[in-house]
Design a protein. Structure first.
Length: 153
């Protein structure tokens, strides 16, 4: 469980450094798979399957917008990406020493208890994931340089 949470947070933080839509789409796909794996461990598998279908449908819409907005770009990993990966690794080593965040009794979690008062950290993490995904998509689509010409008839 801690590996999935650490991997999810690492992918989330490195997605802010990505500057090409193809890499961002792959990152969002891997992030959605991690979230589905975490929810399938906590809840029943149908709930995680529905979440995965919602993520994939959103990714298909984003992919069509990216094809319309952004021309072909070369993919490269900048020095900021490498620095971000190193900082994320150091952050997780520091978080790993503090195990109180990960010590939760998962056997008593009910399917609809995600919005309870004692589970506010999970809701905050999900909100942060959605916020950073939205910020990274807005950052990639520059309004002044690109148009939606393929969608205009």
């Amino acid at each position: 469980m801690t590996i999935f949470l650490s991997l999810t947070l690492t992918i989330l933080l490195t997605s802010l450094l990505i500057n090409t839509p193809l890499l961002l789409g792959v990152t969002l796909l891997i992030l959605s798979l991690n979230i589905v794996l975490i929810t399938s461990l906590l809840f029943n598998s149908w709930f995680s399957f529905m979440i995965f279908l919602i993520y994939i449908s959103g990714l298909l819409v984003l992919f069509s917008y990216f094809n319309a907005l952004i021309s072909n770009q070369l993919m490269f990993l900048s020095n900021y990406m490498y620095m971000g990966l190193i900082l994320n690794t150091l952050l997780f080593i520091m978080l790993k020493s503090n195990q109180s965040f990960y010590n939760t009794n998962y056997s008593k979690i009910e399917p609809l208890s995600i919005m309870m008062n004692y589970n506010y950290l999970t809701v905050i993490i999900i909100l942060l994931i959605l916020l950073t995904t939205m910020i990274s998509v807005v950052k990639l689509t520059e309004k002044n340089k690109k148009t939606l010409r393929p969608f205009i008839k």
